[in-house]
Design a protein. Structure first.
Length: 370
C-alpha cells in the first residue's frame, strides 16, 4: 500500500470519528450496525470462481461498521450514513438534505439509494435490518461488485397519498449517470459522486400501490434510464471500452400478513451498444423470491431463490463482459434467531451455481444494531 493511500485512509478514519462527535453534539439520532460472519464452502469450485473469498478453508469475516445518523427540525431533515470497511477504508454511503412540503411531496438532494425496486431503497448497509445474511447477488452494492446502480448523487422527489380504497407511494429522481471505472485493480460500477462523464443524466421513477381490500399487500414498479460509459482506467487495464444506453425495468410484490412474509422482484436490464460498429441490443434478467414465516418473536425460518441471466441477446453484452459478470443461481434455506430486538443470529445453507461451476455453502452470522 502506498504512503499517500495510507495517509488518505487515516484521514478518512479521522473524519469518521469527527462525524460521530459532531452528530451527537448537534442532536442527531445516531445508530450503528456491525456484524461478523463465518462461511464454509464444501467444494473446490468456489475457490476456482472466488479465490480465497469463496471460503473453502472457512472464512471468518468482519463486516462493515456502519454509522447512521438523522436529524429532523421542523420540515427540514439531514441523513448521513458512513461505513468503516476492511483495511480502514471509510465511505460516505449516503448524505441527503431533505424538505417535507407535505405527505404528498418531499424533496431530497445529495447521495441516496437509487429508488429502483424494493430491496435497494429499503435495506441500507446495516445488515441487521435485512432478512438474509447477504443481499441478492445482483443487488450487491457497487463496490462489492454489484451490477445495478445502487447509489445516485442527485435530486429526488417523492410522496404518498391515501384514500379509503388504496395508498400510493411514488417518486422520481435525476442524477449523475453511473460510470465503469477501476478501483484497486478491479473493474467496478461507480455512482459518479462529483461529476458526470456521460451524455445526459440518469433518471428513475417508481410507484407502489397498497390496496385496502388486501391488507399487507404492496405491488410496485420502477424504472432507471442512463447512459453508461467506461473511463480511461478501464482502457489502461486492457479492457474494451463500454458505451451503452441502459434501461432497467423492475416489478416488486411484497405481502406481509400475520406470521407470513413474501417478497419477490423481477428486473429486466437492456443495454444498447452505442459504439460504432457495436454489438446491438442485449436484454438480461434477474429475480428473487423470499418466503419467511415467524414461528415466534425470536425464530424466523426463510427460503430464498435468486437468479440472474446475462447471456440473452445476440452476441455478448459489453457492459456485463467488462464487469466480469456470469450467470448466478442461488437456493438458500435459513433461520433467524432474534437475540434482542436489535441483535440476531442467522444460519444459512446455500446451493450455488456460478457460470459452469457449482458448490454448497454454509454460513452463520451475528449482526447487531446499537
Amino acid at each position: 500500500m502506498s504512503v499517500m493511500k495510507r495517509i488518505s485512509e487515516y484521514l478518512l478514519l479521522t473524519a469518521a470519528v469527527f462525524f460521530l462527535s459532531v452528530s451527537q453534539s448537534a442532536g442527531f439520532e445516531l445508530n450503528g450496525f456491525a456484524d461478523v460472519s463465518f462461511t464454509k464452502c464444501a467444494q473446490e469450485d468456489c475457490t476456482t470462481v472466488l479465490g480465497d473469498r469463496g471460503g473453502r478453508n472457512g472464512n471468518i469475516t468482519l463486516g462493515d461498521l456502519d454509522f447512521f445518523a438523522v436529524n429532523q427540525f421542523d420540515q427540514l431533515d439531514v441523513l448521513m450514513e458512513m461505513t468503516v470497511e476492511e483495511g480502514h477504508a471509510v465511505d460516505l454511503e449516503r448524505l441527503t438534505l431533505g424538505y417535507t412540503f407535505s405527505d404528498a411531496l418531499r424533496l431530497r438532494v445529495g447521495r441516496f439509494h437509487t429508488p429502483l425496486g424494493f430491496w435497494n431503497p429499503t435495506y441500507h448497509h446495516g445488515v441487521q435490518m435485512q432478512p438474509t445474511i447477504r443481499r441478492p447477488q445482483f443487488l450487491m452494492f457497487e463496490d462489492e461488485g454489484g451490477i445495478l446502480p445502487a447509489h445516485t448523487v442527485g435530486i429526488y422527489l417523492s410522496g404518498r397519498v391515501k384514500n379509503k380504497t388504496m395508498g400510493i407511494a411514488y417518486g422520481a429522481m435525476v442524477g449523475n449517470g453511473p460510470e465503469i471505472t477501476v478501483k484497486d485493480g478491479t473493474v467496478l460500477l461507480s455512482p459518479n459522486n462529483t461529476s458526470d462523464n456521460s451524455i445526459g443524466k440518469s433518471v428513475a421513477g417508481h410507484f407502489t400501490v397498497s390496496p385496502a381490500a388486501i391488507p399487507g399487500l404492496n405491488v410496485g414498479g420502477s424504472g432507471h434510464f442512463s447512459r453508461i460509459q467506461s473511463d480511461q482506467a478501464v482502457k489502461d487495464l486492457g479492457r474494451p471500452p463500454v458505451d451503452v444506453d441502459q434501461t432497467i425495468l423492475a416489478a416488486a410484490l411484497v405481502y406481509t400478513r400475520e406470521s407470513l412474509g413474501l417478497t419477490g422482484e423481477y428486473f429486466s436490464i437492456q443495454d444498447k451498444d452505442q459504439l460504432s460498429g457495436g454489438s446491438g441490443t442485449h436484454t438480461s434478467h434477474a429475480y428473487y423470491g423470499l418466503l419467511s414465516y415467524t414461528l415466534t418473536d425470536r425464530w424466523v425460518p426463510y427460503l430464498m431463490y435468486e437468479t440472474m441471466s446475462v447471456k440473452n441477446g445476440a452476441g455478448q453484452d459489453p457492459y456485463f463482459f467488462v464487469l466480469g459478470v456470469s450467470d448466478v443461481t442461488k437456493s438458500i434455506g435459513g433461520i433467524r434467531y432474534n437475540l434482542t430486538p436489535k441483535s440476531s443470529v442467522r444460519g444459512e445453507a446455500r446451493r450455488i451455481k456460478w457460470g459452469d461451476f457449482d458448490w454448497d455453502e454454509y454460513a452463520v452470522q451475528w449482526a447487531i444494531g446499537f
